[in-house]
Design a protein around this ligand. Structure first.
Ligand code: DCP
Ligand code: MG
Length: 359
């Protein structure tokens, strides 16, 4: 039996940029972005809707953004402030339901199936949440309301910014039929192209294939695809997010030309990592250490090893191994640990190196 839930997916509009505009009225009505400096090979974290008219978007090089929009104002990110605002928004969510799954600082699923406010109308609850965020936090937030997480997330994008969209249970079938496959959770560029070759563009096309045919083409994902194409998603809202890794990374203004230069950066990165680890309050145990390297040609490699600590000697070994994969100048260096909640540590110890190379 399919469980009927009322899910609201909340997603703030141009989150970092909205906060910066709130705190500096001079920025309102101007094209602004939050991110690193173009001179230091920074990237755009986000931009306001005015800047989006120029084709600027998250993860774009700041230098490219400046070229597309010469009068773009780029503000340096203030992560502490964004985290604080995120907590304040979360407090508002908590007055509607205890079932909240944060996905990032500005985004969360709320299960309001049992919420008694507004006679249990999820549409009115979403309106009330958005009005309260606007009044108390002074930024806008969009919402999607649907019987499950997958559809709620799609719906929150439908009337962005500062809007909401509801998919009623009786509308699910028609709504999903028309949905392009790349809107499905887990369907990226590679799967979309493969589907295109098979003549599948929408969920309605997917429905024409049986579950076993889908499994033949897409392996274990086939079963999920079959369910999603019918608008079925039974995933519950997970109130406790289990972290799997903690890491820090840095893109260097000037490439690090040699292994020696890379090794010299490790202590600083490791110190930043230690600061992040403190926030985990000792609830997690380390089971692996890893190093991530992006070379000047953007080829990326990750090297990891089993380990119960975040020790420098291992980072040096991993860095040496990773660098030797290409022995070319390095533009980005990162390090981190894979972690598990404390009660579940039964990983073996050892020193094997495992290598992955992603181009
Ligand atoms: N972010 C980032 N780097 C990315 C994507 C996002 O640093 N590649 C940060 C900045 C965003 C925040 O996360 O403000 C939230 O991400 P969203 O994808 O929700 O984007 P926005 O909230 O900025 O815009 P939208 O109105 O499209 O939700
Ligand atoms: Mg957002």
């Amino acid at each position: 039996m399919e469980i009927q839930r009322k899910i609201i997916h909340c997603d703030c509009d141009s989150f970092y940029a909205s906060i910066e505009m709130r705190d500096n009225p001079d920025l309102v009505d101007k094209a602004i972005a939050v991110g690193g400096s173009p001179e230091r090979r920074g990237v755009i974290a986000t931009c306001n809707y005015e800047a989006r008219k120029f084709g600027i978007h998250s993860a774009m090089a700041s230098a490219t953004a400046r070229k597309r929009c010469p009068h773009l104002i780029i503000v340096k990110p203030d992560m502490e402030k964004y985290r604080w605002v995120s907590q304040q928004i979360h407090k508002i969510f908590e007055t509607y339901t205890a079932l909240i799954e944060p996905l990032s600082l500005d985004e969360a699923y709320l299960d309001v199936t049992e919420c008694k406010k507004y006679r249990g109308s999820a549409t009115l609850i979403a309106e009330a949440i958005r009005a309260e965020v606007q009044e108390k936090i002074r930024i806008t937030i969009s919402a999607g309301i649907a019987p499950n997480k997958f559809l709620a997330k799609i719906a929150s994008d439908w009337n962005k910014p500062n809007g909401q969209f509801i998919i009623l249970p009786e509308e699910v079938d028609d709504f999903v039929a028309l949905l392009p496959v790349n809107k499905l959770h887990g369907v990226g560029n590679v799967t979309t192209s493969k589907m295109k070759r098979l003549g599948i563009q929408t969920c309605n096309d997917l429905r024409k294939l049986s579950s076993s045919q889908l499994q033949k083409y897409f392996g274990s994902f086939g079963q999920t695809l079959h369910q999603l194409s019918l608008g079925i998603d039974q995933r519950a809202v997970q109130t406790q997010r289990i972290r799997k890794s903690v890491s820090v990374e840095n893109t260097y203004a000037i490439d690090l030309p040699t292994l020696k230069n890379c090794l010299e950066e490790l202590p600083d990165l490791r110190q930043q990592l230690a600061k992040r680890m403190e926030k985990l309050n000792g609830d997690y145990a380390i089971h692996k250490q890893f190093i991530k390297i992006k070379f000047h040609d953007f080829v990326q490699t990750t090297v990891e090893m089993l380990s119960k600590t975040s020790c420098m000697e291992n980072y040096k070994k991993l860095c040496t191994e990773g660098f030797s994969r290409r022995s070319k100048p390095v533009r980005l260096l990162g390090l981190g640990v894979r972690i598990v909640p404390k009660e579940k540590t039964n990983e073996p110890t050892g020193n094997q190196l495992t290598l992955t190379l992603e181009d």
